[in-house]
Design a protein around this ligand. Structure first.
Ligand code: TYM
Length: 327
């Protein structure tokens, strides 16, 4: 069976962008692939995190995985920090990386722009991400568009390792939704929807209550026209809302265009809000259940046991190839 690995950072509220770009595909792939889904807490500390907030967010993201429909009997759900092989292979991948290629990463450039001091962890972050993927010899990595460049680097590092030390790692492929790999902000369609945006009106959090969702969608920026038409170049705002609509309703973009022909944006936005609420309400309900049951700890322990087995064997193999003396 082909393998899948992906991760999400526990650094703030998860958004509809995370859901459409990544999590929805996690849920789909678990039926046909051997899947590993983790909360990447080691990645989160590349920027300062308050310890209590990190704990809460980590548990929250793990519970959201399950609430979104990941079945812990099908997929291994775990925390990155519970599998020490990530840090170990991460270091080995750091030593294989060049400063120049890390400097070219747009996410690093964005996150470090204008900052007086930038943590070294933020800089070497993609090497750890490469280790995450290569430890499981993942064939597919479901991610949104913003992670494509990190995936390219992962492929380069895997090839570099294989060339220097002999065939060890599989070269992974990104797996992205055809539309929805980049969900944009509700207040500015030139920026991606992001949990780190200081304006909460710019994103829909997976745990936003229904009334908040309705308000945010009614205030979402549109153009001054009235045609519900998918045209990302000339109508980026409406196209973004249509993408969200399509993912939350399973209607195609064409069907949405037909349904709202000649109607303007009013009823389109109203219905969109109801579709989003109908998608998130059951998820939120399940989330509350999981959080109050405390079941997440057992799920994470089981996931870590499964992950450790695979990851330890890969890291041993990589160490042997590199010339480390094994105990
Ligand atoms: P993170 O935590 O920023 O985001 C998690 C996933 O959500 C996707 N995503 C989006 N997709 C569409 N539209 C958006 N507006 C949007 N915002 C976020 C991201 O592309 C991602 O797939 N470095 C990764 C985490 C990571 C990882 C890995 C991923 C660490 N190790 C190994 C895959 C494999 C990150 O920061 O994602």
């Amino acid at each position: 069976m082909k393998k899948v690995l992906s991760g999400i950072q526990p650094s703030g509220q998860l958004t509809l962008g995370n859901y459409i770009g990544a999590m929805k595909n996690f849920v789909e792939l678990q039926h046909s692939h051997q899947c590993y889904f983790m909360v990447v807490d080691l990645h989160a500390i590349t920027v300062p995190q308050a310890p209590e907030a990190l704990k809460e967010q980590t548990e929250s993201v793990a519970a959201l995985f399950i609430a979104a429909g990941i079945d812990p009997d099908k997929a291994s759900v775990f925390l990155q920090s519970h599998v020490s092989a990530h840090a170990e292979l991460g270091w080995m991948m750091t030593t294989l990386s060049y400063m120049g290629e890390l400097e070219r990463m747009t996410q690093f450039k964005d996150k470090s722009e204008g900052k007086e001091s930038v943590g070294a962890g933020l800089f070497v972050y993609p090497a750890l991400m490469a280790a995450d993927i290569l430890l499981y010899n993942a064939d597919l990595v479901p991610v949104g568009d913003d992670q494509k460049q990190h995936l390219e680097l992962t492929r380069d590092l895997a090839q570099r390792f294989n060339q220097r030390y002999g065939e060890t790692f599989l070269i992974p492929e990104p797996y992205m939704p055809k539309v929805g790999a980049r969900i944009m902000s509700l207040d500015d369609a030139s920026k991606k929807m992001s949990k780190s945006n200081p304006n909460p009106g710019s994103y829909i959090a997976l745990l936003d209550p229904p009334d908040v969702i309705r308000k945010k969608i009614s205030r979402a920026v549109t153009d001054s026209g009235r045609e519900v038409k998918f045209d990302p170049v000339n109508k980026p705002e409406v196209s973004n809302l249509m993408t969200i609509y399509s993912h939350c309703s399973d209607m195609t973009l064409e069907q949405i265009e037909e349904k709202y022909e000649g109607q303007g944006y009013g009823s389109f936005k109203k219905d969109l809000a109801e579709q989003v609420v109908a998608t998130l309400e059951p998820l939120q309900h399940k989330y509350q259940e999981i959080r109050s049951s405390g079941a997440i700890h057992d799920i994470l322990r089981k996931g870590a046991r499964e992950a450790v087995e695979v990851a330890n064997s890969t890291v041993q193999e990589a160490k042997r190839k590199m010339g480390f003396l094994l105990p």
